[in-house]
Design a protein around this ligand. Sequence first.
Ligand SMILES: Nc1ncnc2c1ncn2[C@@H]1O[C@H](COP(=O)(O)OP(=O)(O)OP(=O)(O)O)[C@@H](O)[C@H]1O
Length: 268
Amino acid sequence: MQVNQPPSTAVPLIEGRELVVALQGHEILHGVDARVMPGETIALLGGNGSGKTTLVRTLLGLAPVSSGERRLFGTPLRGFHQWHRVGYVPQRGSLQLANATVGEVVATGRLGHRKPFIPQRRADREAIDQAMARVKLTELRKAPFLRLSGGQQQRALIARALCTEPELLVLDEPLAGLDMTTQRSLARVLRELKEEGLGILVVLHDLGPMEDLIDRSIVLQTGRVIHDGPLRAGVGMADNHHVTAPMPEAPLPAPHLLAERRPVRENR
Ligand SMILES: Nc1ncnc2c1ncn2[C@@H]1O[C@H](COP(=O)(O)OP(=O)(O)OP(=O)(O)O)[C@@H](O)[C@H]1O
């Protein structure tokens, strides 16, 4: 495990303090603290339904808080507008991308840089090209997104997040459903990004090939942090910390950033 100690005066890239979140009348997070410092790679771990996705969405302003404070790059969420500094890779399957090509999906990541209805500028095209090359998808630019393999889709979503040229990358279960070879190649991409200084917050069920990238883990159990520190064997891995609240009957309303919908899940 690498330990990348940020200077003590550094401002967190993203931070939540005492976050309390209730969805459809059920309290899901019960006073959670979480932060990512510059250059850190943080694994957000915990069993099914422990609140990982809810925490990530809350930190990004995609879910409302009952109480608590959220800051991005030191600015309270309410006053934060520099969304290009954040790249978000939601769970695969949570985006409505029916007819889009890979190039179109990746290009949506650049929307935060553009004024509405203004065509792509050279800088936009270059950023999109670079992001596609980065994840080795250039050849597949014109392919329909939904025809790609799971690993290629995941790469496209990472490229989409990268073309905003972020300082913080937030990924929700990027390894889910991928075979070990594909997981390893994604971990290599993330390692390169880490080495370039990007802060990374990644929701994981199993560490897999990500393990030696992780500087610190935050482990949730039924909406509470039970560990925040170096990885500890067995803590937070795919285990049996089960759900306390019932599943939603309806999906969340569309968030303000992108047309994202919650995947349909079975009752637990
Ligand atoms: N929109 C919603 N309305 C009501 N409850 C919700 C909603 N979204 C999630 N929940 C509930 O919040 C709890 C935490 O869900 P969340 O998806 O954040 O957990 P998770 O740790 O990411 O789980 P998984 O590992 O299965 O993806 C679960 O009990 C879930 O049923």
